[in-house]
Design a protein around this ligand. Structure first.
Ligand SMILES: *Cc1c(COP(=O)(O)O)cnc(C)c1O
Length: 432
């Protein structure tokens, strides 16, 4: 027996093995409310850790630059077929290593260096790859931006139309990281058509909702659609780029060899597994619960006196104004106070924020991960109460110890992965 192929990490590398066990425990003992995170199934997790990581498969199914790709072809073709079935798109490229790389490939497909893009302002919910000055999208393209209306805190489509007429972008980018409302892709498609622009819809956050029809699909209205696969779509950490058939060859060339080398076949295999899960009826029920939970959580926070940006949520996330014009605390302080009781959220700017992004007036909260754990509206009401009591008295140790206890009791009722996964090498019992 060759030890190299048989020894477990708990026998070979204690530093990393213990960190893995600590992370298993952190995930299971806390309330995970980061809107961009989720928990994958055991099947997806297992698939990522397979021998496909050993395989080079530059190229595409049936047209590889390496031998021995027959099984890599099976998994990549399955991922492509399932992605097309889920989203009803004409073409899917499943190789992007991340959402950012999917966007990079699309921008390089649709644009020449120096062309103009029109994207949503980052401080109103957009993403770095939609034109931030420090990102490739801001470095290599001219950027115009649109945002939300000051009153409604929702996308102002009339302003978007004006900005499009003014800036004459070659590519209009929609989709967001922190926008709690339904996006009108049809209207955006019409605006783009008026000014002769193409559209990229980045559905990184809402892909799971789109997959089951609980958010209108951008596919009929946009030339390009990109997404991550690890947020509401609940797959491995990676990206996916889709387009109309006429751009298929160009897009494939931009993904490889344009911005990437060899594809991560083990991750693509896990995408295929996650896409298979997304096609099952259970997934639709899951997404409906994500929505119901977000509404329940937003309602309980509003009832406790916090301000929900735009007055509510249509999707899996909400932005909560915790600063309240100086009557509350900063987003940074809120994130820290909640972390101290094992509730994980992220600070986030709110539209027209008066604080710097690193401080921020708000927090972003999402329900995908806790919904995967099995929590429902009753638990959301309970969690809303916990969050509000910590934010109302962030300095109180008494409140913190009470809420910490409540978090422990609640999480214990919703176990994750196998029970053995939390034990450290130094403790009794076998690992993983
Ligand atoms: C998360 C996100 C991305 C980037 O995904 P990565 O996999 O982290 O690169 C891109 N666009 C939007 C809108 C996102 O929310």
């Amino acid at each position: 027996m060759n030890q190299f192929f048989t020894a477990s990490i708990s026998d070979t590398d204690l530093l990393i093995s213990d960190a893995i066990h600590d992370e298993v425990r952190r995930q299971s003992d806390g309330l995970e409310l980061i809107a961009s995170e989720n928990f994958v199934s055991k099947a997806v997790l297992e698939t990522m850790g397979t021998v496909f990581t050993n395989k080079y498969a530059e190229g595409y199914p049936g047209k590889r630059y390496y031998g021995g790709c027959e099984f890599a072809d099976v998994v990549e073709q399955a991922a492509i077929d399932r992605a097309k079935q889920i989203f009803g798109c004409e073409h899917a490229n499943v190789q992007p290593h991340s959402g950012a790389q999917a966007n990079m490939a699309v921008l390089m497909t649709a644009l020449e260096h120096g062309d103009t893009i029109l994207g949503m302002n980052l401080s109103h919910g957009g993403h770095l790859t939609h034109g931030h000055p420090l990102n490739f999208s801001g470095l290599y393209f001219k950027v115009a931006d649109y945002g939300v209306n000051r009153e409604t805190e929702q996308i102002d489509y009339d302003e978007l139309q004006r900005k499009a007429e003014e800036s004459k972008p070659k590519l209009l980018i929609c989709g967001a990281s922190a926008y709690p409302r339904t996006i009108d892709f049809e209207r955006i498609g019409q605006i783009a058509q008026c000014v002769g622009a193409k559209v990229m819809a980045d559905i990184a956050h809402i892909a799971g909702l789109v997959a089951v029809g609980l958010h209108p699909s951008p596919v009929p209205h946009c030339e390009f659609v990109t997404t991550t696969t690890h947020k509401t779509l609940r797959g491995p950490r990676a990206g996916l780029a889709m387009c109309r058939e006429e751009f298929a060859k160009d897009l494939d060339r931009r993904v490889f060899p344009g911005v990437q080398g060899g594809p991560l076949i083990h991750i693509i295999a896990a995408k295929a597994v996650a896409f298979g899960e997304a096609l099952s009826p259970d997934f639709k029920a899951y997404q409906q619960q994500v929505l119901d939970n977000a509404k329940a959580l937003a309602a309980s926070l509003a009832e406790a006196g916090l301000r929900i940006v735009s007055g509510g949520t249509d999707n899996h996330l909400m932005l909560v104004d915790v600063w309240l014009d100086g009557k509350g605390i900063t987003g940074k302080e809120a994130e820290k106070a909640l972390e101290a009781v094992n509730i994980t959220v992220n600070k986030n700017t709110i539209p027209f924020d008066t604080q710097k992004p690193f401080v921020a007036s708000g927090i972003r909260i999402g329900t995908p991960a806790l919904t995967t754990r099995g929590m429902k509206v009753d638990e959301m009401a309970q969690i809303g109460g916990m969050i509000a009591s910590v934010l109302h008295e962030p300095a109180s140790d008494e409140v913190k110890s009470r809420v910490r206890r409540e978090v422990a009791e609640l999480t214990a009722q919703f176990p994750m992965y196998s029970s053995g996964m939390g034990s450290k090498s130094s403790e009794a019992g076998s690992a993983v």
